[in-house]
Design a binder for this molecule. Structure first.
Ligand code: ATP
Ligand code: MG
Length: 450
């Protein structure tokens, strides 16, 4: 992509309404535009990151054996009357009537709808286990939408639902989700710590929230600092292996880590030596839940078991905040010049800065680098505008591409260009084809690991 032909409305001024760094940078880098409180357009650069995150979520869900589908954003109120949640949900639910006076709502989540789909088609235990998921826009009329896409009213979420014959099977589905989430967040360059969360009215121990530590996070968290040393890494996982998934759950959740809702000061002191006790803030980027027959019973989602009895299925639901993640990644990865994208989610693999647009040699070298990267299946952003070098560097730093190739007539005389790492600021001079090779290696390696 050539910047002169792209749509990247970068702002020079820091928007006054943005209180936290991710919101400021997303506005300044031309990633989003607010259309109403908590409702955003995703401009091309923001859209690319959102789609990249969505792709990773899909890949890891499919790897875990979960099945993608798509449900609508609009739902009939009657479904929610069946579960009793239509009245319980409160003002966060956006309700309206269609032209025939039918009561409708913009879905804040999909337990009822997926349960309806399940009961329509599945009658036998032989069709279990089953986990269906979708990635779809949700609407919650939040009291205080703020921090840009972190707490929107309209937001993009992956929500998955497991259907199992027994509680034991449903807990394996829970573990499978936990394992797949650990992998998902790490691929985005994030450490998201599973923390024991509040079971709410449903009760029980079976819910974890995944939190990214950040001062601007809305949740207060308490944890054993030893947890931050855990890495999922590039492990071979067999998602059907019950013992393996259980062992990973234990590895990642046996140490103390809780949100303020479930925090127990006495237990914290008993379980964690003083020097490892941490109290901090975190951003909730996902939550998993086992809730048994809460929806299957009232809504009649039953299967016939091997004894010929009709029993309600055991269910759970599992969410990832796809649009919130864009902000969370920036909170976790930036400096005073702008965003620093982890390679896994970057909107473009590398930037190319032409120091002297109009110089025949520099133009030709940039074109060649651009075309070779594209031929390798990579997606570079080439700043071919007739601008000062300083302005080009500032834009590249702000939009946070992890690698930059700088091309100028002086370097070309010596047969070299400059390759710069956004994160460390380190530069290295090398021949253009070597720079291309290096970028290919970086992403080739990343792709092979994925
Ligand atoms: N208003 C929102 N804007 C953006 N993302 C959200 C919003 N509400 C929830 N999410 C994301 O969707 C995920 C799954 O939704 P869930 O129902 O668990 O949200 P929640 O617990 O109500 O979130 P919160 O406590 O932040 O309001 C959350 O972990 C979060 O990452
Ligand atoms: Mg939650």
């Amino acid at each position: 992509m050539r910047l002169s032909r792209y749509f990247l409305p970068v702002l020079k001024e820091t928007p006054a309404e943005a209180q936290i760094v991710s919101h400021r940078y997303m506005l300044r880098a031309g990633m989003i535009k607010q259309q109403a409180a908590g409702i955003y357009s995703w401009l091309p650069l923001g859209y690319k990151v959102l789609k990249r995150i969505e792709e990773i979520v899909h890949e890891e869900q499919i790897r875990a054996g979960h099945i993608p589908m798509l449900m609508p954003t609009l739902q009939p109120a009657d479904l929610w009357r069946e579960s009793g949640r239509y009245d319980a949900y409160g003002p966060e639910m956006l309700r309206f009537k269609d032209r025939h006076d039918r009561e409708m709502l913009y879905g804040p989540t999909n337990e009822e709808m997926i349960t309806d789909i399940f009961r329509t088609y599945v009658q036998s235990y032989k069709d279990l286990p089953l986990t269906l998921y979708h990635i779809q826009w949700k609407f919650r009329d939040e009291m205080r939408p703020r921090f840009g896409v972190m707490r929107g009213r309209e937001f993009y979420m992956k929500d998955g639902y497991n259907f199992d014959l027994t509680k034991e099977d449903a807990l394996h589905a829970y573990n499978r989700h936990l394992v797949s989430y650990l992998r998902t967040y790490e691929r985005m360059g994030l450490q998201a710590i599973p923390m024991r969360a509040d079971g709410g009215p449903i009760g029980g121990d079976y819910t974890h929230e995944f939190l990214v530590l950040a001062e601007t996070g809305e949740s207060e968290v308490f944890y054993d600092s030893a947890i931050t040393e855990l890495r999922f890494g590039n492990r071979d996982i067999d998602y059907d292996d019950v013992a393996q998934c259980q062992a990973i759950l234990e590895e990642f959740t046996s140490r103390y880590a809780r949100t303020d809702e479930t925090h127990d000061e006495t237990l914290f002191h008993q379980q964690v030596p003083e020097e490892r006790r941490r109290r901090a803030r975190g951003i909730e980027v996902g939550q998993i839940f086992y809730f048994g027959t809460k929806y299957s019973e009232p809504m009649g989602a039953m299967v016939v078991n091997d004894k010929g009895e009709r029993v309600p299925v055991h269910m759970g639901s599992h969410g990832i905040g796809v649009s919130r993640l864009v902000g969370a990644i920036i909170e976790a990865s930036h400096d005073d010049k702008g965003i620093i994208w982890p390679e896994g989610v970057t909107p473009f693999h590398c930037g190319i800065v032409n120091l002297k647009t109009g110089d025949a040699e520099a133009d030709a070298a940039c074109d060649a680098i651009h075309d070779s990267l594209v031929a390798l299946g990579l997606d570079p952003l080439y700043d071919d505008r007739d601008e000062r070098a300083g302005a080009k560097f500032a834009t590249m730093d702000l939009i946070g591409l992890p690698w930059r190739i700088t091309v100028g007539p002086r370097g070309l005389k010596n047969g070299v260009v400059e390759l710069t790492c956004r994160r460390t600021g380190e530069s290295q001079e090398l021949p253009p084809e070597k720079a291309v090779e290096r970028i290919a290696q970086i992403y080739g390696k990343a792709l092979a690991e994925a």
